[in-house]
Design a protein around this ligand. Structure first.
Ligand code: UD1
Ligand code: MG
Length: 454
């Protein structure tokens, strides 16, 4: 059956105590609503409708995409009212309802739920909890068939004993749902139009209400405050850590490891504590990452080593190369195979060829460096003249002495050498020596200044 998905995301989230709409608060670096939308997409629905209200403009701006239809619910009159704002846009036979503040719901769970739904079957995701306070309770008859949902605030003391709660996630036949929503009343303890009232209506119309449960209760946990948000974050991170370990990645401590994006990892990778991976990170076999590294949108080829306290963004490390401790690789930094970058080295938009080394205290910007070069300690490229950026080009087997300033645009040919302390502002021919420093003179018998006596 064709499917439409409606995601409720209009609520304020008062308990977040935030100027930002609740559904934009991030889990693993992505707005909660973004997680729900991505999971919805895995079900390949005909359309996705997002009901927004509080901070509608901001939510729309942040998550705008061609496959999303945003529907504004100007006043939050209840979950039933919220879904009713979207139903006129629904074109498919079935509707799945999700929540923008329930970010960890899994595609597999939703698929199991969808399998239980049909033209005359409503499928409801429920959860059995030790303490279901706050949840709507699932009312079943003697034979176990679902009859209704009663909200906590409307429940009798006896009904409050029921431990099976409503997650709010359900699949219903579309035309029936519109009909039921049109007949809701707000004559209840909260004066709201409850989506949950459609269950009793479905039963009255002779539909079967089938139920399914999530594998893990955290899948259906919403974030109402920052404490719950942190719990969801930790749960997400544990799941991500377990997945990587299952693939052959050793995490020195899975509790001190964070993924905020997507990681593609090989085998026999070793990741030390307090590593944060962001965006799209590709890690090939046998890579080692030391403690306290932030690695964003980067590729680490086979056997590369990132030592402690490195910051990588938009970088590529060649096979067997290494960097750090304390290296900063900025966008466009590319290290060839077996290249070496040591401590306090910053590289931006530059290629360091195979086997080349920049061991200490160096800045390389907009540079093209060949194979087997050695960049002496304290060397910098002067790539910016205050108006434009210029390139520095080094051939193969170049030896740049310590503390050089390479004033771009400039090139140093294959096999050339530069003297320590040089300011290289003219091209150096292959195999030549470039020296650009003041000549030393020694003054004999020099007297040091003496302290003036008072
Ligand atoms: C709802 C369910 C309850 C269930 C619980 C699970 C109803 C009446 N009750 O209660 O049975 O156990 O969720 O967490 O459905 N929203 C809108 N517009 C509105 C009202 C709500 O978009 O007018 C959104 C909220 O932003 C939120 C979600 O719907 O994401 C749930 O609303 P909320 O008021 O938190 O529902 P509960 O009272 O918790
Ligand atoms: Mg409520």
């Amino acid at each position: 059956m064709s499917l439409n998905i409606v995601i409720l995301a209009a609520g304020q989230g008062t308990r977040m105590r935030s100027g930002m709409p609740k559904v934009l608060h991030p889990v693993a670096g992505k707005p909660m609503l973004g997680h729900v939308i991505d999971t919805a997409r895995t079900l390949a629905p005909r359309s996705i409708h997002v009901v927004i209200g509080h901070g509608a403009d901001l939510v729309r701006q942040r998550l705008q995409a061609d496959d999303l239809n945003f529907v504004v619910q100007a006043e939050q009159l209840g979950t039933g009212h919220a879904v009713a704002q979207a139903t006129p846009h629904v074109s498919a036979e079935q509707v799945l309802i999700l929540y923008g503040d329930v970010p960890l719901i899994q595609s597999a769970t939703l698929q199991r739920l969808l399998a239980k739904a049909g033209p005359d079957r409503l499928a409801l995701l429920t959860v059995t909890l030790e303490d279901p306070t706050g949840y709507g309770r699932i009312i079943r008859d003697a034979s176990g068939s679902v009859q209704a949902i009663v909200e906590q605030k409307d429940a009798t003391a006896q009904q409050q004993e029921i431990r099976e709660g409503n997650t709010g996630i359900l699949v219903a036949p579309a035309s029936r749902l519109s009909d039921w929503l049109g007949r809701l009343s707000n004559n209840n303890a909260q004066g709201e139009y409850y989506l949950t009232d459609v269950i009793a209506m479905a039963v009255a119309d002779g539909l079967v209400v089938a139920t399914e449960q999530p594998v893990d209760a955290m899948e259906v946990q919403g974030a109402n405050d920052r404490i719950q948000l942190a719990e969801l974050e930790r749960h997400y991170q544990q799941r991500a850590a377990r997945q990587l370990m299952a693939q052959g990645v050793t995490l020195r401590d899975p509790l001190r490891f964070d993924v905020r994006g997507e990681v593609q990892a090989g085998r026999d990778i070793l990741i030390d504590v307090n590593v944060v991976l962001e965006g799209r990170v590709i890690i090939e076999d046998d890579v080692q990452i030391g403690p306290n590294c932030v690695i964003k949108d980067s590729t680490l080829r086979r056997g590369a080593v990132v030592r402690a306290n490195c910051h990588l963004e938009g970088a590529e490390l060649g096979a067997g190369s290494d960097c750090g401790p304390f290296a900063r690789l900025r966008p466009g930094a590319v290290l060839g195979a077996m290249a070496h970058v040591g401590n306090f080295v910053e590289i931006k938009n530059s290629r360091l060829g195979d086997g080349s080394k920049a061991g200490h205290l160096t800045y390389l910007g907009d540079a093209e460096i060949g194979a087997n070069c050695n960049i002496g300690a304290g060397t910098i490229t002067c790539n910016y003249d205050g108006a434009n950026k210029w390139k520095t080009v080094l051939g193969n087997d170049v030896f740049i002495g310590s503390n050089n300033s390479l004033v771009a645009p400039v090139s140093v040919g294959d096999g050339a050498t530069t003297g320590a302390g040089s300011t290289i502002s003219q091209d150096v021919a292959p195999a030549a020596l470039g020296v650009g420093r003041a000549k030393q003179r020694n003054i004999e018998g020099w007297k040091r200044p003496e302290k003036i006596k008072k």
